[in-house]
Write a protein that binds this ligand. Structure first.
Ligand SMILES: *Cc1c(COP(=O)(O)O)cnc(C)c1O
Length: 373
């Protein structure tokens, strides 16, 4: 077996998303040192471009050298101290993961739960903070990839802005696909991943910290429990000193830089409109074919569609055929949704009319065969 034996696929699952030729070429550019002045210049430009897509002026905005889950871990590990009261909204896998990480960090975790497929009501979050005024951190998932729900954040952001509580937001699937608007929303720590709507391979987790979050970090009574993810130490490399902390994954940063250049060339508004248009097209075509959308109406992500199959159809075998006969990868359900639904991602370079057409043509063949059988 060698790499060239791996078949190429049309990646329409919950991530990774398709990677363009331009990004792949950037990845293959010769490696330089992580203290090379030209590389440092590229890093600074990555920061500038990330600020634009996050919608923030936060100076501490950079990619963590690991996948989205490390962004989650870095967000929590830097602002949480053992014994802190933390509130997490849980309506799917990723809210559950946030709560689990916070618990492992010694936080006293409370959750506001909602049924999978529904938003976490903002009033319920605000009520829960009022009931526990010592809450140090509220964590919410903006785009819940396990269910296809887009979580509203505006009311919670406005409320927390006037309190000492920090708002941490998971934007792994939202960044680059729908507006995130960190500063306007009042988000204090926001993290993402490269392999969803940014169209870059998995391996980096863009992250940003507000001044309020940095004051919290400076005021810690003990250092961040993770050495690798300690943003105080990482800031020493990003800042004027350029102090060695860990070796930046050079080629992945080339890839992210190229991915962000593509985002800027397209323009954020055009990019959001493209995701919205193709997502809507897929969702109405699935409804026409007897699928039921899993996410609550009015709060559906365009870039991730979770859909229950028409009655009598088994999701696993059909999804397998999509992969092996048609070369199309989509996702199945997680947790309580396992075995019940499909999760289709139209993210980044995969969010095109051609993706929708290719997928629907294959689905139609499979459904016709299944009905006949
Ligand atoms: C994919 C995803 C993650 C985890 O990212 P990895 O790159 O798989 O570590 C976290 N949160 C959400 C909402 C995701 O969709």
């Amino acid at each position: 077996m060698q790499t060239s034996d791996v078949d190429s696929r049309l990646l329409l699952g919950p991530g990774p998303s398709p990677v363009s030729e331009r990004v792949l070429r950037a990845l293959a550019h010769p490696t330089v040192g992580h203290l090379d002045p030209q590389f440092l210049e590229l890093m600074d430009d990555v920061g500038t471009r990330l600020r634009r897509v996050f919608g923030t002026d936060n100076r501490l905005t950079f990619p963590i050298s690991a996948t989205g889950s490390a962004g989650m871990e870095a967000s929590l590990a830097n602002v949480i101290e053992p014994g802190d009261e933390v509130l997490v909204g849980v309506n799917g896998v990723f809210g559950g993961r946030l709560a689990e990480m916070a618990r492992r960090m010694g936080a006293r975790v409370a959750t506001v739960e909602a049924e999978w497929g529904r938003i976490v009501p903002e009033e319920a979050v605000i009520e829960a903070v009022r009931a526990r005024p010592g809450t140090r951190v509220v964590a919410l998932v903006h785009a819940e990839t396990s269910t296809g729900v887009l979580q509203p954040l505006g009311d919670v952001g406005r409320f927390l802005r006037e309190t000492p509580t920090l708002l941490v937001v998971d934007a792994v699937t939202s960044l680059g696909g729908v507006p995130v608007d960190v500063d306007a929303t009042g988000i204090d720590v926001c993290y993402s991943g490269t392999q969803k709507c940014l169209g870059v391979p998995p391996g980096l987790a863009p992250i940003t910290f507000s001044e309020k979050a940095l004051r919290r970090i400076e005021g810690r009574s003990a250092p961040c429990q993770s050495w690798y993810l300690d943003v105080g130490l990482i800031a020493g490399y990003l800042g004027q000193e350029r102090r060695y902390h860990h070796t930046a994954p050079i080629n992945m940063l080339y890839a992210l830089h190229e991915g962000l250049r593509i985002v800027d060339e397209e323009g954020l508004e055009a990019r959001y409109a493209r995701h919205a248009r193709v997502g809507r097209a897929l969702q109405s075509a699935l409804i026409d074919r007897g699928f039921t959308l899993f996410a609550q109406e009015g709060h559906r992500l365009p870039q991730l569609t979770a859909a229950l199959l028409p009655d009598g159809l088994e999701e696993g075998p059909l999804r397998n055929e999509l992969l092996h006969r048609f070369g199309i990868e989509i996702g199945g359900g997680l947790g309580p949704a396992k075995g019940k639904l499909w999760r289709v991602g139209l993210m980044g370079a995969g969010a095109t009319d051609a993706s929708v057409d290719t997928l629907l043509a294959a689905v139609d063949q499979l459904l016709t065969a299944a009905v006949r059988a």
